[in-house]
Design a protein around this ligand. Structure first.
Ligand SMILES: Cc1cc2nc3c(=O)[nH]c(=O)nc-3n(C[C@H](O)[C@H](O)[C@H](O)COP(=O)(O)O)c2cc1C
Length: 341
């Protein structure tokens, strides 16, 4: 079975909006929220996908070695590939109630670890989501990254206690969830955070802190000031603000400004191992892939995630082999033609 077979199997299980497209490019789900679409015009997710298609890899097969090594080290852990399953919350609302956040995260975290990577888990208005996500992470020896919404500090602290209890090796906050309408109207509301508040969260946690949802050099510098260990260059797949640039187009300037002082991950429309290579060539340390993992889990609860990870990893290794890279550190910007905005 390959990932296209898993996608076929997922058809009819994904709810009314996800069509299990052969390529998840944001077109069919457009602006359906609830659903996996993007906000407003629904064009940002499409732009994210298209931008990677405008980065081209340059072949060079004259090399001293034929071996390629995709091993990825992060915060003292070793992974098979520089790929994470991205956080997706409220799956029963956005997809179908064949799974809920508890059953989805249980499957995702376990199978991601088995496949040699780690999964991020999402958060939501129901307290049970973080409770069950951190339980899954605990059951998988801390290999999973809980993503906390930008709640008021007292609530963040409660969720951090769960993260610490789980032994999670790092945690994240999707700072851009400030743009989710249903969170702003929640009592107490989730919203923007100051550098000082983020610094307090980092100190309180005593764990590597990943700030997800940074789209500018200014934002990246503020995350660094707050003591973040990593950022995810992300526009939340277009779900929090219409009219933003693609993640691929802002990544290089953020990488150049940060100069290796923080880890930089990127997500949004990354759909193949070749796209992963492009992201690394533009300076990312690793990538998150979100929507395709939902199809993987719904399509085949036991095999889907492993099949997707294996395909992505093989494509990454193949692109490295074809473009003159032997390990992740040797992938660099000269190996791609960069996008024009
Ligand atoms: C239905 C849905 C729910 C999501 N929930 C979360 C969430 O709870 N926390 C979060 O940080 N990101 C969330 N995201 C954003 C993804 O993690 C990711 O940033 C975005 O989808 C772009 O990646 P992709 O193009 O590979 O899907 C969600 C995305 C979708 C489609």
């Amino acid at each position: 079975m390959n990932f296209q077979d898993v996608l076929q199997k997922s058809k009819g299980h994904m709810g009314p909006w996800c069509k299990s497209c052969p390529i998840c490019n944001g077109k069919a789900c457009a602006n359906h929220i609830p659903g996996p679409g993007a906000k407003g015009t629904g064009t940002v997710a499409i732009r994210n996908y298209d931008a990677w298609q405008n980065v081209f890899v340059k072949m060079d097969t004259i090399s001293e070695t034929n071996e390629v090594d995709t091993t990825f080290q992060l915060f003292g852990k070793t992974f098979k590939y520089p790929i994470f399953a991205g956080p997706v919350g409220a799956v029963d609302m956005h997809y179908s109630n064949e799974l809920n956040d508890t059953t989805y995260n249980d499957l995702l975290v376990r199978h991601a670890k088995e496949a040699g990577i780690a999964a991020f888990t999402g958060d939501g208005m129901d307290d049970q989501i973080m409770i069950s996500a951190t339980r899954s992470i605990k059951e998988n020896e801390g290999i999973g990254i809980a993503t906390i919404k930008p709640w008021p500090l007292e609530i963040v602290k409660e969720k951090l206690d769960l993260v610490k209890e789980s032994g999670g090796f790092a945690f994240a906050m999707d700072i851009d969830a400030a743009g989710l309408p249903f969170l702003r109207s929640f009592v107490p509301p989730a919203g923007r955070k100051s550098v000082e508040e983020l610094r307090k969260i980092k100190e309180e946690s005593n764990l590597p802190f990943i700030i997800k949802g940074v789209m500018s050099v200014e934002g990246a510098k503020k995350a660094m000031l707050a003591g973040a260990d990593a950022i995810v260059v992300s526009n939340h797949g277009g779900r929090v603000q219409d009219g933003t640039p693609s993640t691929a187009s802002v990544l290089p300037e953020i990488v150049d400004a940060i100069q290796g002082k923080m880890k930089i991950f990127v997500d949004g429309g990354i759909r193949s191992g070749t796209d992963v290579f492009k992201a690394l060539a533009l300076g990312a340390d690793g990538v998150l892939i979100a929507r395709p993992f939902v199809n993987a889990v719904y399509g085949d609860h036991e095999e889907g995630v492993g099949i997707l990870v294996r395909e992505l990893g093989n494509e990454l290794a193949e692109t490295m082999r074809m473009c003159g890279a032997s390990d992740l550190a040797s992938i660099n910007r000269s190996m791609v033609e960069t996008p024009k905005r």
